[in-house]
Ligand binder design. Structure first.
Ligand SMILES: [Zn+2]
Length: 88
């Protein structure tokens, strides 16, 4: 049924958008130059030692960990997704 197909596709698009959003946020957390004094996520100050150790850091330890976990979860989710499409 044509209607069923387009609905299925829309669901997948939405899933991809969620994954891309997580990856995008994680990518934004990667060092890009200037270190931020305040965390981009929660606004807490980032210790100077951390800013010196990680050039371009934009997030405090807590938020960075969270973002990395989010990216890892998205990666696992993607892998599971491609396995499913191989079975199809
Ligand atoms: Zn933070």
């Amino acid at each position: 049924m044509a209607g069923g197909w387009s609905r299925d596709g829309a669901e997948h698009e939405q899933m991809d958008a969620t994954v891309n959003d997580a990856l995008e946020r994680a990518r934004r957390s990667l060092p890009t130059g200037d270190s931020a004094e305040l965390c981009d996520e929660c606004g807490n100050s980032i210790p100077e030692a951390r800013r010196l150790a990680v050039p371009g850091i934009q997030h405090c330890v807590g938020c960075q960990t969270e973002l990395e976990q989010e990216a890892r979860a998205a990666e696992l989710f993607n892998r599971r997704g491609s396995k499913d499409s191989q079975l199809r």
